[in-house]
Design a protein around this ligand. Sequence first.
Ligand SMILES: [Zn+2]
Length: 347
Amino acid sequence: MRALTISSHGELDRIEVRDDLPVPEVKRAGDVRLRVRAAALNHLDLFVVRGLPGVTLTGPWPLGSDACAIVDFVGNEVVGLAAGDFVVVNPGLSDRTCEYCRDGEQPLCPRFGILGEHLPGTLAEYIVVPAVNVRKVPSNIPIAEAAAFTLATLTAWRMVVTRARVRPSDDVLIWGIGGGVALAALQICKQIGARVWAVSSSDDKLERAAGLGADELLNRTRVDVGKAIRERTAKRGVTVVIDNVGQATWASSLLALGRRGRLVTCGATSGPLVETDVRRLFWNQWSILGSTMGNDAEFDAVVAELRAGRLLPPIDSVYPLADGRAAFERLASGQQFGKVVITVDDV
Ligand SMILES: [Zn+2]
């Protein structure tokens, strides 16, 4: 079968289309084989190509975490799914037996793994995954949006709804508008009715964010974000910060964060080490919250939104598998507004 793969870590020129991979077999009764229609890229895919500490891949390794697909074959114990169903895939896999899994908190599982990072990825004609990671969705949802939906929306949902518990009265600062998680967070916050402060280095992206409901627009190349927010809020600051940039934004995030504020982070694309003045942390009674991926209940919650036609992700561009490397280059450029998608079944 065809797949977009790497066989060694390095720059994006390591990415290659292969057509000689074996079709994976269903070996466990609870697994399903899916024929992938399209897969969307996430920042994680760039990290996988460049190499992550503690993760060893054996090539040729299919890339990709997100996917929409057609069910091809179901194991003996699978219920509620049949060949021909159109589905989306939750790329987070857990052992389902540890104390966290039994508590319904699969992303905390010590054996948690992500398709494309710890297990072969979704940029392949066929993948085998546990049926519990698959949900049927209406066949009229466009494949690019279905492919791009899960990882970003699930991650943003856990951050906004479960961790930060955003309410209509909240002011929410979202960094890096244009990225998948940031845009999903914007859409979820607007659905809740909160006020959103969007940050980007691009006026074009800010204008498009306004089109999605962003209330306040901040171009970080022209204003000091933390100071600007304090000025515009009579020094009160925002009540919630959604940050996946890390090192480069941390100081501004904390300057912008008001009393009793919650800062939730799911990533550190600019670097992992940050500085926090503990006195400001306790005096302002802040909550600093970590978040990653989502649990089964959150997967069900976001799939319900997708089935209802809500929270469809903005799509930046769609590439055929043969041009998969160009899709990665688009993501690495940082120019995109919305998700970069690769169609897998168009050959
Ligand atoms: Zn577990």
